[in-house]
Ligand binder design. Sequence first.
Ligand code: SER
Length: 586
Amino acid sequence: MKSREIANKFLEFFKKNNHKIIESSSLLPSDKTVLLTTAGMQQFVPYFKGEKNPEKELKSRRLTSVQKCFRTSDLGSVGDESHLTFFEMLGNFSIGDYFKKDAINYALKFLTDELKLDKKRIWVTVFKGNNDAPKDMDAIELWKKQGIAEEKIFEFGEKENFWGPPGATGPCGPCSEMHYDLTQKPCNKGKKCGPNCDCGRFLEIWNLVFMEYNFNEKKQYEVLPSKNIDTGMGLERISMIVQKKNNIFETDAFQEIINKIREIGYKKDKDTERMERIIADHLRGTVFLVSDGVRPSNIEQGYILRRVLRKAISYLSLLGAKEDEIIDLCNLIINQYKELNKKEILKIIKEEKDKFQKSLDKGFVEIKIIIDETKKLKKKELPTEDIFKLYDTYGFPIEITKELASKEKLSVNENEFDEMFRKHQEISRAGVEKKFGGVGDFGEQVARQHTATHLLHQALREVLGKEVRQAGSDLTPERIRFDFTFNRALTEEERKKVEDIVNKKIRECLPVKKETKKFKDAQKEGFLAFFRDKYGEEVSAYSIGDFSKEVCAGPHVKNTKEIGKFKIIKEKSSASGIRRIKAVLE
Ligand code: SER
């Protein structure tokens, strides 16, 4: 059964059981607490919370979908047998309709009756309870009643078996996962070898979330107005099992693209196999991010896209790809999904490739010199300063440096690299100060401009839509330059509207509040933010009244009234899908 057939079978099965089929939502979520859509439930959050009535708006309390998802949290795991950044999630949802019993029945029935999986190979996990919620005795009983033997039911804590919320606040609850026994052979842990064992025997396939709670702003669990069901099953993983493959990359959804990558003609070994998986995953992610309106940039979603795309380009070069293999590969992916806008997607990808390839080629020459030099000096570790410079000058991905180093049995000091990355960011901030001619003058003008930029960003999002994202900015004492994602010129009316909103907010004398937060918390609380990999570091989160929330290095004024008058001088195209506004403060 092809993966598309499995997806259709899933929708049909739930339709037969009175579920309404809902289209996948965009990878750019309307929910501001997250950067990208990571689960099928996200588009239904207002229904779970009782803010919207599903019967009125969707004409059903039972829903089903195949949702496009992108998980940056799995970036580092791609290359193994079962992890992806971009994947499709099969889900069924109940908003105050059925609960655990039916959710468990449906899931087992679909897997055994429709997909003909062997029930004996299905094991499950349940929530063992904590201070906030009790052990899930109901689920244990229900699984047993359904014929799952007691020794195949494993209990875990909140890390494994309490799901959500996906952002800082929102619906969540205990969950029960179904795992498939791939090898039917216990490892040396014997009877303790079960779901979540690290030996690779089991694959998690389906997560059933019993959504009863809302995690609120006061960091408390409150009971939701209704008991709900949210389930998610990775299409690629279930395809791997149905098609009896060893990993997701051998399934029909990936085979064509993997074969096409192999046409480059490199030696097949463990390393090149990992690389081809990364390329396949990252290019699928690229195609869908671009298709949903993301454009390569240095912040937020644009940065995620740039990062996966440049990594794919780099790995392709490493495998010996010549020119436009990447376009052929993306073409192939687009052809698998008829509804995508081929011309536009390929154009954006080609533009980014052309921009990056020259630097990358220079980077390859430089890294070779660094490696040779290190070997000559009989050292074991590449000098961090050199590899950082390589990254900084050419955008040369650190992953590629690591690949090449390990081939030569050399190492890379990642901690030192990260440290340098942080220092460098501080220096670039200081560089802005210099441009403004010394700390004195710089302070006031740049603070006014910074705050005005946040107002402009938010005003654009209000007038043009949430898909608008900052793609860059540059401040000089004379003017503000602001780049953002949008694919057409603004009308005279829109331009005026944006300008009016900014000036209105200035006149409202809104206070500008600065808080220090962990980057991840700021992001979860809905502050627009530069995307970074290293969470946990502290950032300054600025709120302007209730109007704008954004992470920024600052500085900012204390009150919007200090800004003066804001005027847009010019609005034009900066790159494909990116517009540029020039504005001044009077
Ligand atoms: N929300 C749950 C998950 O993402 C089930 O859909 O795993």
